[in-house]
Write a protein that binds this ligand. Structure first.
Ligand code: KG4
Ligand code: ZN
Length: 359
């Protein structure tokens, strides 16, 4: 009798089709994690087109599963549990993944576990660093922005989040209005490195309001107005104007995230660490500011490797295992959920990013 379990994770809630194989025995070992992105398919439309995403997931899921199993050096017959993102996300994509997982679970005769995509992100520091509860998680991506206190694999308290755009979305929009390519985050960061963060006094929204809620939509509009002002005055934008605008915008996001993180950490002396996840966590300026905040509070700062910070199936396999270990089993009636707040007591008031589906 062995306690060794091999878990296949499946993710398809937005624009990444992913599969991963995780082995848990005494510890956890990630045997494989493959992701097929769809940026090229949606590029021309300026955003993710749900129907195109769903079709691409349906076409690629079996390939990703095949690749993940092959790279892990196992066979499908060795899979003990299937974990799949059952929401929140774009419903067509989530459905594709859930249907694929149901077929596999039924065919192989193994248990099926439906996973909340946000729980996948929030539990990642346990997969990568084995952190104990409770800890604070800041999820910052193209579609989500929220502070979560994590007390257990199914025990999340949302301390606050964005009431409009997510930071990644704001980075993308700022890039677009400055004529820079997508995704905006990395190019805005690059341009900002050559700019003066003090040249344009952009707003720090909601800092005057108590609590951890944030807003990034007005900041983006302020960048637009500043750009229009410059264009009206000088007939266009110089390279240096772009760099200064990017730096000023990034500094505003940094100040908001840092101050709200300070507030989220305040009064919580029992935390094991402050962790971040999501594509925006790749930003070095933001990361350094958050690291400083953690250090002042006296907790370790943790940013998992980027490939596990952005959408992937390894986190779904891990979260699935945590749920399985706690006794969760889902049947063929597992449904796909477009909305699925992690914190049942205080769900998002307006939204956690307008796009909603990304995390
Ligand atoms: O987590 P992620 O890969 O995907 C989802 O949102 O699902 O995050 C992507 C977002 C994009 O909006 C992208 O512009 C942003 O993360 N991003 C960054 C950086 N790299 C990616 N934002 C700021 N600075 C970066 N270096
Ligand atoms: Zn995500």
């Amino acid at each position: 009798m062995t306690d060794r379990l091999t878990i296949l994770g499946i993710e398809s809630s937005c624009d990444d089709t992913a599969a991963a194989v995780l082995r848990v025995e005494d510890g956890a070992e990630l045997l494989s994690s493959v992701v097929s992105g769809q940026t090229d398919l949606h590029e021309a439309y300026g955003g993710v087109v749900p129907e195109i995403a769903a079709r691409a997931h349906a076409e690629r899921l079996d390939l990703m599963v095949e690749q993940a199993v092959e790279q892990a050096g196992v066979t499908l017959a060795e899979i003990d549990v299937i974990a799949v993102t059952a929401g929140p996300g774009l419903i067509g994509g989530v459905l594709s993944g859930v249907m694929c997982a149901k077929g596999l679970a039924m065919g192989l005769g193994v248990p099926l576990v439906g996973v909340n995509h946000l729980a996948g992100h929030a539990l990642t520091p346990r997969l990568t660093d084995g952190v104990g509860f409770p800890y604070l998680m800041l999820l910052v991506s193209g579609g989500h922005c929220q502070f979560l206190r994590v007390d257990g694999p199914d025990d999340f308290t949302r301390l606050g989040g964005t009431i409009d755009d997510a930071p990644g979305e704001a980075f993308d929009k700022v890039a677009k209005l400055l004529g820079l390519p997508q995704p905006g985050g990395p190019v805005v960061e690059q341009a900002a490195a050559k700019g003066d963060p003090k040249r344009f006094p952009l707003p720090r929204p909601l800092l005057d309001r108590d609590g951890c809620d944030m807003s990034f939509s007005g900041l983006k509009t302020a960048v637009l107005r500043t750009r229009d002002g410059l264009v009206a005055d000088q007939g266009g934008l110089h390279e240096q104007d772009r760099a200064d605008l990017c730096a000023s915008f990034q500094a505003a996001v940094r100040d908001v995230l840092a101050e709200k993180s300070r507030r989220a950490l305040a009064g919580q002396p029992d935390l094991t660490c402050f962790a971040v996840a999501g594509g925006v966590a790749a930003n070095q300026t933001l990361r350094a500011a958050l690291e400083d905040v953690a250090s002042v509070h006296g907790v370790p700062f943790l940013a998992p490797p980027l490939r596990l910070c952005t959408d992937n199936a390894a986190m779904i396999a891990w979260a699935g295992w945590e749920a399985y270990r706690a006794g969760q089993r889902d049947g063929m009636d597992l449904s796909a959920r477009p909305r699925w707040p992690l914190d049942r007591t205080s769900p998002a008031l307006i939204g956690s990013g307008k796009k909603g589906a990304k995390a």
